[in-house]
Design a protein around this ligand. Structure first.
Ligand SMILES: *Cc1c(COP(=O)(O)O)cnc(C)c1O
Length: 343
């Protein structure tokens, strides 16, 4: 038995997705001649309610290109606590865009007042100028938290009035859309630029998107190439993304229901610290007395998880684990939690 809850990135392309890839019409995307890439970009622009969209190999590149597109070296960027762009991109923000990051808020969320407190105006003799705010929806390390839309609107309004750009790291934006019942375009509306991952819960093997105004996307095209992310017959992988958007969006609700099942049982388990009410989508971050030992013991019994800290563990539900597998996995997790020394 092997039930892999380490991440929704472990999802494998299905047979019909592979068939769609094999049948994809392709051309040289650097000449704008790949019909499958062009179709995906047009469809994602429409889905997110923006003028244009751009296909990139990874979400990390999408974030790095977003930073380069919307900032200048020496700028300050306001980001949520433990954002992907802070902790999971090996220092790229400093190395590539030359910006510094100021973390605000708690658990991945923040309010307009926290942005306004952290904001530094341009032209100051000492302070780095704030030129961009970032939110992450859903927030990975915060346990798949959905960013409250009212806060997103207030932050982006405040940012715009101060001439600060706005970016939503929406790697899992469709999880937020499905969980709230809000159209993805509404969630994306306050932001100048939004990303979306095709290779997580949507099940495509490769690919992320950026969407925004035509002018912003035109600039992003340059920085994608500078990052080495300008591809040729990329329609082979774009076709997987289009397949995923047609077939794998509504079913994200199943992943959320499975995460809720796991969260409710873990919250009742002695030795586990978890606020089940905070589990809103497909990610469960919980506390145990020894995360590395917990993860190793679960692995011995066929359940794969990630340690997020000395006492913190993450489980992620996705399209390659069904309800029965989640029931088995939570059985293993509660047994192992019962065997760990307390404290
Ligand atoms: C996974 C993730 C990314 C990066 O995506 P990759 O394709 O793995 O580079 C960016 N932001 C968030 C919030 C993520 O969870």
């Amino acid at each position: 038995m092997r039930i892999d809850l380490r991440s929704d990135t472990v999802t494998l392309p299905s047979a019909p997705m592979r068939a769609a890839m094999a049948a994809a019409e392709v051309g040289d995307d650097q000449y704008g001649e790949d019909p499958s890439v062009n179709r995906l970009q047009a469809d994602v622009a429409a889905l997110l309610g923006k003028e244009a969209a751009l296909f990139l190999p990874t979400g990390t590149m999408a974030n790095q290109v977003a930073l380069r597109t919307l900032t200048h070296p020496g700028d300050d960027v306001i980001v949520p606590w433990e954002a992907h762009v802070v902790l999971h991109e090996t220092g790229g923000a400093g190395a590539n865009a030359g910006v510094q990051l100021t973390q605000v808020g708690h658990g991945g969320l923040y309010a307009a007042a926290e942005f306004e407190t952290a904001f530094r105006p341009p032209g100051h003799m000492i302070y780095p100028p704030t030129t961009l705010i970032v939110i992450e929806n859903t927030h990975n390390r915060g346990g798949g938290r959905i960013f409250p839309q009212a806060d997103a609107v207030a932050i982006c309004d405040a940012a715009r009035s101060l001439n600060v750009a706005s970016y939503c790291d929406g790697a899992r934006l469709l999880n937020a859309a499905v969980a709230t019942g809000s159209p993805a375009a509404s969630l994306a509306a306050p932001f100048d630029l939004v990303s979306l991952s095709l290779s997580k819960g949507l099940g495509a093997p490769i690919g992320s998107m950026l969407a925004g105004s035509r002018a912003i996307i035109d600039t992003a095209v340059r920085y994608r190439r500078m990052s080495g992310g300008a591809m040729r017959q990329a329609g082979i992988v774009a076709a997987a993304g289009s397949y995923a958007l047609r077939h794998n969006v509504e079913r994200l609700a199943d992943d959320h229901a499975n995460a809720r099942l796991i969260a409710n049982r873990l919250a009742d388990c002695p030795g586990v610290g978890l606020d089940a009410a905070a589990v809103e989508t497909n990610i469960i971050v919980f506390e145990v007395s020894d995360a590395n030992r917990f993860v190793a013991e679960c692995r011995e019994r066929g359940v794969l998880l990630n340690a997020f800290g000395p006492r913190s563990v993450r489980a992620v539900t996705h399209l390659d684990v069904d309800r029965a597998a989640c029931e088995t996995a939570v059985e293993v997790m509660t047994t192992v939690a019962g065997e760990l020394p307390s404290g």
